[in-house]
Design a protein around this ligand. Structure first.
Ligand SMILES: Cc1cc2nc3c(=O)[nH]c(=O)nc-3n(C[C@H](O)[C@H](O)[C@H](O)COP(=O)(O)OP(=O)(O)OC[C@H]3O[C@@H](n4cnc5c(N)ncnc54)[C@H](O)[C@@H]3O)c2cc1C
Length: 618
């Protein structure tokens, strides 16, 4: 099966053209006028990534020009929401630059809603501003297209290439075009991984005919984590998966409802159930329950406890707000520009929120780095802010030289959202260009042998199928290979039942995790025998492999942190309390690429913002 090989050499290679990737391509051109910049995207950057369908709010805007918020405020907010565990250097760095990103979106034609009285951007909440954002993604994609030398759509990156002259230095990436089947080798001086988060590693609530209906983009398959993990880059906070409270079945967002429409939740008896669980939660997490705003995980916790105690279903009270025709319009438009499916679900279930309070649910867990969660790569921070443990030369560079990350890829910096991810792409690209200009990427060698080896590995699922299908005597079940969907469902059950998914109400413990790791190990062996009947299935096979590697890392981290830091995201039944004495720290892992073994360590969490203020005051 000889596949054509196409070589492309460049300076900056951006993997994934979502929010962070488009930001990276744009900024790389600003600093690197003469550099060759390539962006490779699995889908089509006009409609790819989590923002594909549009958004109704930009969730991260400081409003520094009007002194609405300062970066310090955002650091405190993110720290509080993540129960203390964030990289404050990264968060501050993003926050101090995010407004300039939003102002560019405005200039580029993104329709921003304005407050008629003040002329400022219309606030939905303290951090969110409202947009008519159906075309958000095509607008940022245009900026990337004008900046990059070339955008490759429909190419899935499967592996990073490594330099053969200097250990631990990146040399590019390889993948295949899922339409033509051609093999692509991108030899690059720097690589910026911006490949989004991971859905479908835990079994979703919607299975069978509803499969694909998840909160997080179903095509986000953890490449952002698997690519760096495979080459031995360090990862952080991978245990910090996120669970979302959303409208049932359609996963429609609740932010605008809470913040703008001022709707609220109640249990089946019409009670404010959150209050009921105050003492119980305080027992688990201490004073964190008194923080304002209540951390996202703790609100989930009350929801989950109430449902387990028989108080469900939980409803969003919309009947009052929807009597106001303006709010009614906002409520519907909120879905039409972002999650059309929710409106369709309500229509199919005969729910008009003006007359019926819709039901809410808690989602299956997802792994990502840009929302109310901060799983991802362990990266260097900016020179002027980061303590020595957090700084090794280039902003947003991973622990592999020349390899950068942004958006969901980067761990420790929560609450970036769309604007912050684009901003982080810009920061990573600026540093990547400097890395090249500082001559750190000289004489990189990527041999033909390395490229040929990957070629064989990548197309093996096609070969498995071609040979194995002849043994099938009936149906589709083969004695010699498993299909990507079979492998995916097996992975999802392992994660769901052993690592704290919906099957156990997000509960796990060391024994379950140990068993989960064993089962993941066997799955990894069996994935050598995954079969793909065409290029689309080949993509599914590689998505699965990336999901499986990401899952191993998540499970190892969950095993390592012996406490329940985020009740409502997951519970360690054998350590059912938050333990600040032993676990007020970040977790960092590294998988040895040769042995496949993970090692984990604790790294101090520095509360830089208030420390700085304390020092200034003294
Ligand atoms: C349901 C939902 C609602 C949200 N609502 C809001 C909101 O209202 N406001 C807000 O500001 N933010 C919101 N966000 C957050 C925002 O969408 C994310 O923070 C942002 O998109 C993250 O940017 P990213 O570039 O890391 O990932 P993405 O934007 O998802 O981009 C990742 C890209 O990588 C590509 N890719 C993946 N794997 C590969 C591979 N192997 N090879 C090549 N390409 C690959 C993908 O196709 C995709 O284009 C929401 C997110 C979700 C999931």
């Amino acid at each position: 099966m000889a596949k054509k090989t196409i070589f492309e050499d460049c300076d900056v290679l951006v993997v994934g053209g979502g929010m962070a990737g488009t930001g990276a391509a744009f900024e790389a051109r600003h600093w690197g006028r003469d550099l060759k910049i390539i962006c490779v995207e699995k889908a089509n950057i006009d409609r790819s990534g989590a923002v594909a369908q549009g958004l109704y709010a930009i969730n991260c805007y400081m409003g520094m020009q009007w002194d609405e918020n300062q970066p310090e405020d955002h650091v405190r907010y993110a720290r509080n929401d993540l129960m203390g565990m964030v990289r404050e250097d990264l968060g501050y760095d993003m926050a101090r630059h995010v407004d300039s990103t939003v102002h560019m979106f405005d200039e580029w034609g993104l329709p921003m809603m304005k407050n008629e009285k003040t002329g400022r951007y219309l606030r939905e909440g303290k951090w969110q501003i409202m947009i008519h954002g159906e075309s958000y993604k095509p607008i940022v994609a245009e900026a990337a297209k004008k900046s990059a030398d070339k955008i490759y759509n429909r190419i899935m990156i499967t592996h990073l290439l490594m330099d053969e002259t200097k250990e631990n230095r990146v040399g590019g990436a390889v993948g295949f075009n899922m339409r033509t089947g051609d093999y692509y080798v991108f030899r690059a001086k720097t690589v910026i991984v911006a490949a989004g988060g991971a859905s479908h590693i835990f079994k979703p609530r919607a299975v069978g005919e509803g499969m694909g209906r998840t909160w997080y983009a179903p095509w986000s398959n953890g490449s952002a984590y698997a690519l760096p993990i495979a080459v031995g880059a360090k990862m952080t906070q991978m245990e910090n998966r996120i669970v979302l409270c959303r409208f049932k079945d359609g996963y429609g967002p609740v932010g605008a409802y809470f913040l703008h429409l001022k709707t609220y939740t109640q249990n089946a008896n019409g009670e404010n159930y959150e209050k009921k669980w105050y003492e119980h939660t305080k027992e688990m997490v201490g004073e964190y329950i008194d923080h304002h705003p209540t951390p996202t995980c703790l609100r989930n916790h009350a929801f989950i406890q109430e449902t387990m105690a028989g108080g469900g279903p939980i409803h969003m009270v919309t009947k009052e707000a929807f009597q106001d025709p303006h709010l009614e319009t906002v409520g519907w438009e909120n879905f039409l520009g972002m999650t059309v499916g929710q409106a369709v679900v309500w229509a199919s279930q005969n729910i008009d929120p003006k007359y019926t309070n819709p039901e809410l649910t808690t989602s299956e867990p997802y792994v990502m780095g840009s929302h109310a969660t901060c799983s991802g790569a362990w990266v260097s921070g900016p020179e002027d802010l980061s303590p020595p443990e957090y700084f090794w030369g280039y902003n947003r560079m991973l622990t592999v030289e020349g390899l950068f990350g942004a958006g969901d890829t980067v761990g420790g910096s929560a609450h970036k959202f769309s604007s912050g991810s684009f901003t982080e792409g810009r920061l990573a690209a600026k540093a990547a260009v400097k890395y090249i200009q500082d001559k750190k990427a000289e004489e990189i060698k990527v041999s033909d042998t390395q490229c040929e080896n990957f070629k064989e590995i990548i197309y093996k699922p096609l070969e498995n199928y071609t040979v194995g299908r002849n043994e099938i005597t009936g149906g589709t079940v083969s004695p010699s290979y498993i299909s990507p969907i079979q492998g995916l469902q097996r992975l999802q059950r392992i994660m769901d039942e052993y690592v704290g998914g919906i099957a156990t109400n997000y509960m796990t413990n060391a024994n379950m995790l140990k068993r989960g790791l064993e089962l993941l190990q066997w799955l990894e062996e069996d994935l050598e025998n995954v079969g793909a009947e065409d290029y689309h299935q080949l993509m599914r096979a590689w998505e699965l492999k990336h999901r499986a590697l990401t899952s191993q890392c998540v499970t190892e981290h969950t095993m390592f942190r012996e406490e329940t830091r985020w009740p409502g995201y997951y519970y360690r039944g054998d350590h059912l309390k938050l333990d600040d004495e032993n676990w007020h720290c970040l977790t960092v892992s590294r998988r040895d690429p040769k042995t496949g073994k993970f090692t984990l360590e604790k790294v101090p969490v520095y509360h830089i913002v208030d420390e700085k203020e304390k020092k200034q005051a003294s």
